[in-house]
Design a protein around this ligand. Structure first.
Ligand code: ZN
Length: 576
């Protein structure tokens, strides 16, 4: 097959009737297979069938996210939002047949038992009776995405979207940080009713689906949807307690140090992203310079990842610059037909741009390393596993940061590590909030806001909102898209962050060893559930009491070194 560049990928809306026919034929082959090998062969062909559909779906989503104003893409996206659950119904039919296959014990010998656990959860979390609800859920999520992408905020005579406004909260000038934040708050306030109504509908809808499927709340359904086979709500709760006991004090200390360093006396929320008195570290050069620097870095990191990154560039599979109409945020996705990932982001001139070239490429490299795993269900890891590859790459890339930041290298290393730690309490806030929301589905919008503010005070006591009444009464959760579009996903970032910090400790002792473990982890894809996967790569399970504390201990000397290096550099500059 000729290798296509991204723009040559065809936009094809799957024809459900036709595909359903093809699927039924495959299913009848599956049922009539007279040996385990014959049946396993059909399983692989069904995997390829779904790969094709998924590729078409993904092309449409990606093109739509690149230009949300394009009518053709918008229509195609609406169609697949409707079709998604219908294909899910086919998947369901397949899952059920596999689970009752007469060759099940022999199949388990070929695939391992985890696959059957996944299929069983897929079966539990779906019934034809919720197809319309799922379609509605998709629609509401798209509505939220479109609303947030539509922001046109006027600031100092120019129009910016939310993503672009992000740059100003890192500005050296406190007035800029404050006034730009005010603009964003005003916009949020203006859209409050609309956003609150989308969320209320989502909570109601999700709760209804859970009831239909026989769950006691959406929370349990969400855990199953995400294939959390080896940890429970109870473990999540005690994990958040670990964060409260260990990460909150350290995050508070780091935030105070930062305030001192930046000479801010009474830091407000808009000061928290401001890291250094002479400005946050910024990448040096334009997009192409950063991509070239990344290419050099990956070539030195390893032959395989070097050639992989080169291919991403050649095939136009990196879409990095912010453009009007482009959706917010950043993501990586994967096209099974072409066995290649795709990376999307909105560069805004901050150090976050470099994080995209490490974080999202970490995701992408995993996708690429797992491309030939069979059965296809094992290709993608569960959510909390996915973020290990991306967040660990952010640390594995640190020895090359001079290429991106030049004289700002010391600032970047210190700032990035501080943020990684400060993030944990925020992640716990988002997680606990969602548990509360779905356990109290009847709560009003005002009660949700109140709860959010209460949790902010618990986990991020250093967050102040003076003269920002909308945020101070708890409105800020409405900007966190995961709460809307990926319920309960957020805790996974924190779990992965703890593991990524372990990689930092490991690589400080022995880089080659850490890199070897990382590549192994990427090539294992989703063959194991979270805690087993960690064992495979000699990593500690964040759920076990004491893990966060031990992890912090393992990076203590790095944090110290970064602080000293930064201070020395700062001192040398002042001397000049
Ligand atoms: Zn990620």
């Amino acid at each position: 097959m000729k290798e296509l560049k991204f723009e040559e990928y065809p936009l094809n809306i799957p024809d459900f009737k036709e595909l359903e026919k093809e699927f039924k034929a495959l299913m009848s082959n599956f049922k009539s297979a007279d040996s385990v090998n014959a049946q396993y062969e059909v399983m692989l062909r069904i995997g390829e069938f779904f790969d094709e559909v998924q590729t078409d779906f993904t092309i449409i989503s990606v093109k739509h996210s690149l230009d949300t104003r394009n009518e053709e893409y918008k229509k195609a996206k609406d169609v697949i939002d409707e079709l998604g659950p219908m294909f899910q119904s086919l998947t369901q039919e397949y899952n059920e047949e596999v689970l009752i296959s007469k060759f099940k014990p022999e199949l388990e010998k070929i695939t391992g038992t985890f696959l059957f656990k996944i299929l069983d959860l897929n079966r539990k979390t779906f019934q034809d009776s919720i197809i319309e609800d799922l379609q509605q859920e998709n629609k509401l999520c798209t509505e939220y995405d479109n609303l947030m992408a539509s922001a046109e905020i006027e600031y100092e005579g120019q129009i910016y979207n939310l993503e672009q406004m992000g740059k100003f909260v890192q500005d050296k000038d406190r007035t800029v940080r404050r006034n730009s934040s005010k603009k964003v708050e005003e916009w949020m306030k203006e859209k409050e009713d609309q956003i609150a109504s989308i969320y209320s509908k989502l909570v109601k809808l999700r709760t209804k689906m859970a009831e239909k499927l026989g769950y006691n709340s959406f929370t349990s359904l969400a855990y199953d949807r995400m294939c959390r086979t080896d940890w429970s709500q109870e473990e999540a709760r005690s994990y958040r307690d670990q964060i409260l006991e260990t990460a909150v004090p350290l995050a508070t200390k780091l935030t105070q140090q930062k305030a001192k360093r930046t000479c801010v006396e009474k830091p407000q929320f808009y000061d928290l992203n401001f890291q250094f008195l002479d400005g946050n570290p910024t990448p040096k050069g334009i997009k192409d310079d950063l991509v070239n620097a990344a290419q050099e870095m990956y070539n030195e990191m390893g032959q395989e990842i070097g050639s992989f990154f080169g291919k991403m560039v050649d095939m136009h599979l990196l879409e990095l610059e912010a453009k009007p109409g482009k959706m917010n945020g950043g993501y990586m996705t994967y096209f099974p037909r072409y066995k290649m990932p795709f990376v999307f982001s909105n560069f805004n001139g901050t150090s976050g741009d470099v994080d995209v070239l490490t974080h999202e490429i970490g995701h992408a490299f995993q996708g690429y390393m797992s491309k030939d795993i069979k059965p296809t269900e094992y290709r993608s890891p569960t959510m909390e596993e996915c973020e290990i590859h991306s967040m660990s790459m952010e640390f594995l890339a640190t020895p090359w940061m001079e290429k991106f930041f030049k004289e700002d290298r010391e600032k970047y290393l210190l700032g990035h590590l501080e943020e990684a730690i400060i993030f944990l309490p925020y992640g716990a806030t988002v997680d606990e909030f969602q548990h509360w929301v779905y356990n109290n589905p009847e709560a009003s919008h005002e009660q949700r806001c109140e709860k959010w503010r209460e949790l902010e005070r618990k986990y991020t006591p250093f967050k102040e909102y003076e003269d920002f009444p909308f945020y101070d009464k708890g409105g800020r959760w409405m900007r966190q898209s995961h709460i809307f579009t990926s319920p309960f996903y957020y805790i996974d970032y924190t779990l992965a962050q703890v593991v990524a910090l372990q990689f930092l400790g490991m690589m400080t002792e022995n880089y080659a060893y850490a890199w070897e473990k990382y590549v192994k982890l990427c090539s294992l894809g989703g063959k194991y559930p979270f805690t087993e996967l960690l064992k495979e790569a000699n990593l500690e399970n964040p759920f076990l009491t004491g893990t966060i504390q031990r992890t912090f201990k393992s990076i203590e000397s790095v944090l110290e070194k970064y602080t000293i290096n930064y201070n020395n550099r700062r001192f040398a500059e002042i001397q000049k």
